[in-house]
Ligand binder design. Structure first.
Ligand code: FMN
Length: 217
């Protein structure tokens, strides 16, 4: 994104956007469009463009959302990594329906994704886990994500314990840690426009192909 485009975005913020909607034909596939928007988000200088909101639902229907980082995506889906004992993972074990949300404000764009999750393979999780820095690998062992601390220093003490335990050699992948792959059924691309007349380009999976349509803003 050029300085001129950035200035235009800032000046037009709330009014509609500088960027034209990319060419969309009936043949456009949602993954290709996601790839293009994600690339543009990366080029825009936004901090952590790969951060996304993940929403899950409890057994009694209470939705909850939190941010995570998108680590991989391809035809098979969108992958993030987390603790399998966490609230989100527990909810996903019970109800595998999920929704993801990206918002790139300077581009006045959001992408909504809905689908179902499955766990990524152990081999894929191993590969990602070992690509992380040593501190994050130890941190994954130390954190009982989403559980209450039994006493104030519990986390600090667990970090110390696992630092000592794994001071030599490779940190193994914890059995309670890994990735979720979101297999999308619905993807919506939202582009901000002047006078709130925004574009909403939607894709819905029917059998094995994507149906494309637009929604009123
Ligand atoms: C920008 C950002 C990125 C995050 N990325 C992750 C992530 O990739 N995986 C993760 O487990 N938590 C991540 N977190 C922390 C989560 O938002 C959340 O606090 C944690 O996963 C526990 O959520 P839960 O109790 O609902 O399961 C991130 C937080 C922020 C603000």
């Amino acid at each position: 994104m050029t300085l001129y485009e950035k200035l235009r975005c800032l000046l037009t913020f709330g009014q509609g956007v500088a960027l034209p909607l990319p060419e969309i034909s009936p043949e456009t596939q949602p993954l290709a469009l996601f790839e293009q928007w994600f690339k543009e988000a990366n080029q825009s200088g936004i901090l952590l463009p790969e951060s996304m909101s993940v929403s899950t639902c409890s057994a009694d229907g209470q939705p909850s959302s939190r941010m995570v980082l998108l680590k991989e995506y391809d035809q098979d889906g969108f992958v993030f990594y987390t603790n399998f004992g966490s609230r989100k993972s527990q909810e996903l074990e019970y109800n595998n329906k999920i929704s993801l949300l990206f918002h790139w404000n300077v581009l006045q764009r959001q992408i909504r994704i809905e689908g179902k999750v499955e766990r990524v393979s152990q081999a894929q999780a191993e590969q990602y886990f070992h690509s992380r820095d040593h501190g994050s690998q130890v941190g994954a062992w130390a954190s009982k994500q989403s559980e209450k601390l039994a006493y104030p220093d519990e986390l600090k003490e667990r970090v110390k314990h696992f630092k000592t335990k794994f001071s030599q050699g490779e940190v193994p992948l914890p059995e309670f840690w890994g990735g979720w792959r979101v297999k999308p059924r619905y993807i919506e691309f939202w582009q901000g426009r002047a006078s709130r007349l925004h574009d909403r380009i939607c894709f819905e999976k029917q059998d094995d192909s994507w149906q494309q349509f637009k929604l009123h803003p």
